[in-house]
Design a protein around this ligand. Structure first.
Ligand code: ZN
Length: 504
């Protein structure tokens, strides 16, 4: 039993966290609206609103009174396990926020606005030069940020930790080397098989109304409901929660392909993580996904491991035939359909990449970012380094900067350290899948009936309900018994493509 003193202090902590979380939700709502509903003319005013809300939240998190409360509760040590984990998680956030001076936060925000303008101009001109000084300045600012965490063994660690709290550069390097060594030969074998007998693409077209119907039906089967969710259109699809009872997902539709369906499954996967957080964590800052990599594991699991699987389509293929007709699907054959939605072909643009080549796009960016931070690569040499790595990893020539070094907006935001989380999502999804297949022997039969309840419950119990109470590494250890490991992902890809492409 906590002492009366701890009980009072903990109640005060919850009150402070409630208000801090309310500010975060208000900012999330303003951000969601900005990307879905806001007329373009509102951008400048919305920028002010978001900056103010961000400043207020930062001031509350770094408030010395909050620090004193956290210290008191941490020192007494008489809270139950959930409450003491909550205190530890908030203490880590407050420490990180306090270490970065307000002046640096403001410099970064100001420069990020300018760098985006430079990036858009560079992209429009298809020329890296206008963006170069902006990226150089970002790099200086990131070095200043890294210097706020002198205990890190690598300057890139501090950048990584903003998105993936306990991973080190050294560990990512090891795991990505394993990934690269497995993927490059696998993709080469697939390319040879594909050259010998090219997999036909789905002919289409896929009328937008029919796509919306199918996307909604699949989302409902995943756990979407009209009481707690919205599905809207956005240029860059994303998921956003305002607490666990209000989850917003977005998609965009294109008549030429079925990507929107996989996109909706992806975003609903993110949304479920938020929706299934323990209600006891509501109005705290820990009732949300623990890191971007773990979040991405949830979206990739639904998009790829469920959404591109045979049992899933055993149920949904007849419905797709009804909605789109057999000509659009290239006939009635389920096996041919599965080959088409699982086709592997190296391409230049990350967001269009398939499940197998995707992680190579991430490895390319990680290696370049680390080299930039280590000073072994100058920003001026970045375009050439990009093109060389694309050749090395994907076997492709880059025709122009907009299809190469200028394709992603992340560096305009100064967000070095973000890209690795995408590949970590693939890796973690496969590690979880290994355990899920063991724990749920009837999963294939369930999916073939369109029933995802057992899978959803497994994810709630093992991942979602914990929110941020465990660090990503602790969570992974609890579930899989080990650390981040690319082998299950590589094994699953090899098994799948061996069957689909008839590899030896
Ligand atoms: Zn995602």
């Amino acid at each position: 039993m906590p002492s009366p003193k701890s009980t009072v202090a903990f109640a005060e902590l919850r009150e402070r966290l409630g208000e801090l979380d309310d500010l975060t939700q208000a900012a999330s709502l303003a951000g969601w609206d900005e990307q879905t509903m806001m007329p373009a003319g509102g951008a400048a005013a919305r920028g002010e609103v978001l900056a103010t809300l961000g400043r207020l939240a930062h001031a509350r998190l770094t408030d010395p009174a909050l620090g004193a409360l956290l210290e008191q509760l941490g020192a007494v040590g008489d809270l139950d396990e959930t409450d003491s984990r909550l205190v530890a998680a908030v203490a880590r956030d407050a420490d990180r926020a306090r270490r970065v001076p307000d002046r640096l936060v403001a410099d970064i925000a100001r420069h990020t606005a300018a760098a985006q303008v430079a990036w858009h101009a560079a992209r429009a001109a298809d020329d890296f030069a206008p963006f170069r000084p902006a990226l150089e300045r970002h790099l200086e600012l990131r070095h200043e940020l890294a210097a706020c965490f002198p205990e890190a063994s690598h300057p890139y660690d501090a950048l990584l930790h903003a998105f993936e709290p306990d991973l080190t550069t050294a560990h990512v390097r090891t795991v990505f080397a394993q990934l690269r060594d497995g993927l490059v030969p696998l993709i080469r074998e697939i390319a040879a098989a594909d050259a010998a007998a090219p997999v036909p693409e789905l002919p289409g077209p896929f009328p937008l109304d029919a796509q919306r119907v199918l996307a909604r039906e699949v989302a409902l089967a995943q756990g979407f409901d009209d009481e707690h969710w919205r599905l809207d259109v956005a240029v860059h699809p994303f998921a956003q929660s305002l607490g666990s009872t209000d989850v917003r997902v977005t998609s965009r539709y294109d008549e030429g392909s079925l990507t929107s369906l996989f996109g909706v499954m992806h975003e609903v996967g993110h949304g479920l993580y938020e929706r299934q957080a323990d209600p006891a964590l509501a109005r705290t800052t820990v009732g949300t996904g623990v890191s971007l990599g773990i979040h991405e594991s949830q979206s990739r699991l639904w998009e790829n491991l469920v959404g591109r699987s045979e049992p899933f389509w055993a149920h949904w293929h007849p419905r797709a035939l009804e909605l789109f007709g057999e000509d659009a699907l290239g006939g009635r054959d389920l096996a041919a359909f599965l080959r088409a939605v699982n086709v592997v072909r190296p391409s230049l643009v990350r967001v269009e990449a398939d499940e197998a080549t995707y992680s190579l796009h991430v490895i390319l960016r990680f290696e370049l970012e680390v080299a930039l931070m280590e000073g072994t690569l100058a920003v001026a040499d970045l375009p050439a380094a990009w093109d060389a790595k694309t050749k090395e990893l994907l076997g492709l020539d880059v025709p122009s900067p907009s299809l190469g070094v200028l394709q992603d907006i992340h560096w305009a935001y100064g967000e070095l350290g973000y890209f690795p989380t995408y590949a970590i999502g693939n890796i973690v999804a496969a590690q979880l899948w290994q355990v899920i297949r063991r724990d749920l022997p009837d999963l294939n039969a369930d999916l073939a009936r369109g029933d995802t309840a057992a899978l959803r419950e497994w994810l709630r119990e093992h991942v979602h309900r914990h929110g941020r109470l465990y660090t990503p590494a602790e969570l992974l250890q609890r579930i899989t018994g080990g650390p981040l490991d690319a082998q299950p992902f590589l094994d699953q890809l090899r098994a799948k493509y061996s069957a689909l492409y008839g590899l030896r």
